[in-house]
Write a protein that binds this ligand. Sequence first.
Ligand code: ADP
Length: 349
Amino acid sequence: MDFPACDPSVAWPPMPQPSGFDARDEASDRALRPKRLADFTGQGHVTRNLTVAITAARQREEQLDHVLLSGPPGLGKTTLAHIMAAEMQAEIVETAGPLLEKPGDLAGILSALKPGSVLFIDEIHSLKRMIEEYLYSAMEDFRITIQLGDGAATQALTLNLAPFTLIGATTREGQLTAPFRSRFGIRERLDLYSVDELSRILSRSATLLDVDADIDGLETIAKRSRGTARYANNHLRRIRDLAQVSYGNHIDAAVANEGLAMLGIDEAGLTEIDRRILHCLARHHRPVGLKTIAVTVSEDDATIEDIYEPFLIQSGYLTKTPSGRQITARGYEHLGVVPPRGVDQQHLF
Ligand code: ADP
């Protein structure tokens, strides 16, 4: 079989995404979010630890310690932040690392927090270092010092803040500095969901979306949702459209299969981009750098690393070596390609 060329200059045709995602989906995404810990499926170790921490803080009438949630996108970090605020009956204020450009942006948000509030900062790894350092005293002493004026006329103004809990979410915990990470008393990592957990998430979503789906239909979607709740819900929404238009609003395995095929998702749950990544690696027969892969498949390297790679690694199609990414024997098999002679078989597993 022919490989698509792994040449950064080769232009690829427009690529079907796993699911289209528009503003209507965003509203629906919010509507599908569980509101309490009891409705949050899976991540048992995380929910157990959070339940204990929240209950203890409430019993002592103390502020919950700062929380850092890490893991690939779409696993429920934002959802958990909202749930924690609800469980503590606290107001939640939401922002994201890239939105905080200068210390004044942060000072404005912090000084407006009501006592007991939750401040949720998504993508906290992308905070500028200067802003991160402002957060240190806010997290430790509920106080910040702002410099007013320039040069000799500079004055330092110290602001006392209301006690608050910072919840940070990150897809790249490794990018946080050690002093910053150590200021979070609670650090939890979310893992990809099992098929059974995703089936349960989908069953709840199907009820909320008012579509009739049987166990086989839900499991078919769950198996092909790359361990991610957001993908599973997105697929369900698209397949619901198909079910409504052509199958009397009922989803079984056949309807799910037809819908997934329309979305370009194969039997293993791989999307067109996953397959391009694997083809790129197969073409090279040796470890390939992230940047080369990114240019070849027309995605940025962070997206490859955060969204595509975790599932390809977990499914055994790709491995990371010190000199780059490499396709495994399983990856070759999935593409229907015989590993070329001379490829070091040891590196394929
Ligand atoms: P993240 O912040 O990690 O990117 P989100 O919290 O935005 O992920 O979750 C994406 C979507 O997946 C949410 O709208 C929610 O409906 C769904 N979701 C995530 N985790 C769960 C879960 N454990 N149970 C039910 N739905 C979930």
